[in-house]
Design a protein around this ligand. Structure first.
Ligand code: F6R
Length: 247
């Protein structure tokens, strides 16, 4: 695993963006795995810039996203489909029919997991972008999720519902379930680039880099991902990083 500790969020976004751009430049038909959340927004801005200045085209890439809430539609502002359009897809020359997320409105939720798994078997990610939760989750794979998991339905924990309620009008509107790629689908990616920023991620990043490989810290499995695999991390001062034994 290559760990890159950077000075600020902008550096993290630029360097992670370069890694993704490199994949697309080498293979304009690449399959790109994307994540939502605050961590990759700068990375997406970087891809938008490169597209607008003509450095790269996304016209032939295909995308797969990690997860989606169950029970809300793609037009709902809190859906991950909406997030991806807002921060990336509507700002680049991608063909919308090449973008894939679990369908939050699927009536047959297990059937939707099966469909998504079949799609992922067919379209292996050339690169997967990941964020990480402060408890080490990746996608919606919370501590305790099997390393063998494939796309599945997740019952959101009370703490996740509470955390995510800041984005909804009311906590009662937060969906109770979500679809998530499993750990196995994530590990199938040919390359992984994980972006983490801020103090609240320090312990999770430490576990990811040098902790025990355990289902209690889902991201720790990434230690077994064959290279190239990058973790980009920024967290305040050198002394703080030292304090957390990160360097
Ligand atoms: C979202 C996802 C989540 C986030 C994680 C970190 O698609 O996969 O695992 O990456 O919750 O979120 P942020 O970046 O908002 O701290």
């Amino acid at each position: 695993m290559k760990v890159i500790i950077v000075e600020d969020y902008e550096q993290m976004s630029k360097q992670a963006g370069e890694i993704v751009l490199d994949v697309v430049k080498k293979n304009p038909n690449a399959v790109l795995g994307f994540a939502t959340g605050t961590s990759p927004i700068g990375l997406y801005d970087y891809l938008v810039k490169a597209n607008k200045n003509g450095e790269v085209s996304f016209a032939n890439v295909k995308t797969v996203n990690l997860d989606e809430y169950a029970g809300i539609s793609a037009t709902n502002e809190n859906s991950y489909a909406y997030f991806m359009k807002k921060y990336l897809f509507d700002r680049i020359d991608i063909d919308n029919k090449n973008t894939n997320l679990p369908n939050g409105m699927a009536k047959d939720r297990q059937g939707e997991c099966d469909r998504y798994n079949a799609l992922l078997d067919e379209m292996k990610q050339d690169i997967q972008v990941l964020g990480i939760g402060s408890n080490g989750h990746i996608g919606f794979n919370e501590p305790g999720t099997s390393f063998n998991s494939t796309t599945h339905i997740v019952d959101l924990t009370e703490s996740t519902i509470k955390d995510n309620s800041r984005l909804f009008e009311d906590v009662s509107q937060v969906p109770l379930q979500a679809f998530s790629m499993g750990i196995k689908n994530i590990m199938n990616a040919k390359q992984i680039v994980l972006v983490a920023s801020g103090k609240n991620k320090a312990q999770a990043v430490k576990g990811l880099i040098k902790g025990e490989i355990t289902e209690e810290l889902p991201a720790s499995i990434l230690q077994l991902h064959p290279p190239p695999h990058f973790c980009l991390f920024w967290y305040s001062s050198y002394s703080k990083r030292k304090e957390h034994n990160l360097i």
